[in-house]
Ligand binder design. Structure first.
Ligand SMILES: Cc1ncc(C[n+]2csc(CCOP(=O)(O)OP(=O)(O)O)c2C)c(N)n1
Ligand SMILES: [Mg+2]
Length: 515
């Protein structure tokens, strides 16, 4: 058995059985070995940013890693932005980067580059496999490191000769799962004391606190202690909908986030970072913690977050169940003109049970979250690292992980164009993804930021860099060209009908919404 086969068998043994790949010559033995280990599903992606974003979407939904297969430094570099988002989401990924044969590196052939430097920006774990007899153990180590907790991008560099040479040892068994560590009782007591002080308090939930078990416990705490329930601005995967406590997400705009936090004297972080402004602006604060507010950390990434929240609920004398829960009704189907409001209402009126929503709707998608709070239970995945071009890849990976559930990709037009070729993979793999393109023909948010950073209003030469007309993009033609059926809607009734039809039809679909 060669190194590639030993590695793939080891990964499958560790539960890593999907590989989002864009291979090259140095990866040919890995590719060939897929026929020897059919339990590993290879999924071809037509750009590395699609492969890495798909691995992120898969990991966020499945709660276990997919593998990638990337081609040396340039392939890894192409995939970097979505690995950055994955790092911020703490998504488990086994990031396999093929490399030249070990003895070939010193010749400085054209594709030679500093893979470690590129990987360093995003990897929580990194190793270059040096010998074929080690590669299986390296794979098991990578899978375990990726899982954490907390999850991370574990980059395993696979030199071509390690891949093609005989691996004497064969596959190795997976490491036992590491358990999250328990939050000390003293930490819980200290937070409980702050919550009982009578001063205004808020819980800021992130990461695993936004799964249903944590949310129920947090809801109980918030009701017992009269503490505001907030969620981080860009959650990796939040469960929401009917019957699930609904924290208010901290706003993207610093001044709105400051308004949400105003008067809070105790801010309790639960698997979340202390709030900061997304960008710096001249004469505005970077740190959004209000003056006089004490920040408490209940639980950190890698700790048992739901249990910490349950201990806290106990400590503040919470009742057995949260009662302030979304209970409907969901919005009525809208009629008339298409705008950000009717778009949100259409989605709120139709979202199917157990959907996975990938939200890269940016400015035009602003009202959708509120309009879906009373929809049936669903998952909500967001742009954790702010690196746009996440939507179509994330939706692709999420759909591979969530077979049988509908994925709704809310997709702003500018961001769509970074990684739109993910639609080809959706068509080829028959994935149940509905992509709704929000066509405002603009980098709208940058038109707003232009003013907010204090640059002047922008003349025609500046505006030309933020405008997506001349020529206008035709997303329906683009989608059809990749095998995805598409239609442009002209009013809210059309949009509702198109959504309902796509949810009832197997495979991908695209709906273009002019705004
Ligand atoms: C990788 C990356 N490149 C560039 C940017 C800068 N950027 C932020 S928003 C944006 C345009 C977004 O336009 P669109 O997706 O159409 O959303 P809209 O603002 O129109 O709602 C750009 C280019 C970024 N955030 N990430
Ligand atoms: Mg736009």
């Amino acid at each position: 058995m060669n190194g590639a086969r030993a590695l793939i068998s080891t990964l499958v043994g560790a539960g890593v059985d999907v590989c989002f790949a864009n291979p090259g010559t140095s990866e040919m033995h890995f590719v060939a070995a897929l026929d020897d280990v059919p339990a590993m599903r290879g999924v071809l992606c037509l750009f590395e940013g699609v492969a890495t974003g798909a691995a992120d979407g898969y990991g966020r939904v499945a709660g276990k890693p997919a593998a990638t297969l990337l081609h040396l430094g340039p392939g890894l570099g192409n995939g970097l932005a979505n690995l950055h988002n994955a790092r911020r989401a703490r998504t488990p990924i086994v990031n396999v980067v093929g490399d030249h044969a070990t003895y070939h590196s010193r010749y400085d052939a054209p594709l030679e580059s500093d893979i470690a430097a590129i990987a360093g920006a995003v990897s929580g774990w990194y190793r270059s496999s040096a010998r074929p007899e080690d590669v299986a153990a390296d794979g098991a180590d990578a899978a375990a490191a990726a899982m954490g907790p907390p999850g991370c991008v574990a980059t395993l560099v696979l030199p071509a000769d390690v891949s093609w040479s005989e691996a004497s040892s064969g596959p190795v068994p997976p490491h036992p799962r590491r358990r999250p560590s328990t939050v000390p009782a003293e930490t819980v007591d200290e937070v409980a004391k702050a919550l009982r002080s009578g001063e205004r308090a808020a819980l800021l939930l992130g990461g695993s606190a936004l799964r249903v078990r944590g949310l129920h416990a947090a809801g109980r705490v918030s009701e017992a202690a009269e503490a505001t329930l907030l969620a981080e601005t860009f959650p990796a995967a939040m469960e929401r909908g009917l019957g699930i406590p609904a924290p208010q997400r901290l706003a993207y705009l610093a001044e709105m986030a400051q308004a949400q936090l105003e008067g809070v004297r105790h801010l309790v972080l639960v698997d979340a970072k202390s709030p900061v402004s997304f960008f710096a602006y001249p004469d505005k604060a970077s740190d959004l913690v209000p003056p006089g507010c004490t920040v408490h950390v209940l639980a950190r990434p890698g700790e048992d977050v739901p249990v910490a929240l349950e201990m806290l609920a106990e400590a503040v004398g919470a009742t057995a169940r949260a009662t302030r829960l979304p209970e409907g009704p969901r919005p009525e189907a809208p009629t008339g003109a298409l705008d950000a409001q009717s778009l949100a209402q259409a989605i709120g009126a139709t979202l199917p049970e157990a959907a996975v929503v990938v939200d890269e709707g940016n400015t035009s998608g602003l009202f959708v979250a509120a309009a879906t709070q009373d929809a049936p239970r669903h998952d909500w995945l967001t742009l954790t690292g702010g690196a746009i071009g996440m939507g179509p890849p994330l939706a692709t990976g999420a759909a591979v992980a969530a077979a049988g559930r509908r994925v709704l990709c809310l997709q702003a037009d500018g961001s769509a164009m970074y990684t739109f070729q993910a639609l080809w993979t959706q068509a080829r793999e028959g994935l149940d993804v509905t992509t709704v393109v929000l066509s405002n023909h603009s980098y709208a948010i940058l038109n707003m930021e232009l003013r907010r950073v204090g640059a002047d209003a922008g003349g025609p030469r500046a505006r030309r860099l933020l405008d997506l007309t001349d020529p206008e993009l035709d997303f329906c033609d683009l989608a059809r060209g990749m095998g995805v059926p598409a239609r442009r809607v002209e009013n809210a009734e059309d949009l509702v009908a198109a959504l309902v039809e796509s949810y009832a039809t197997d495979g991908p679909a695209l709906i273009e919404v002019p705004l």
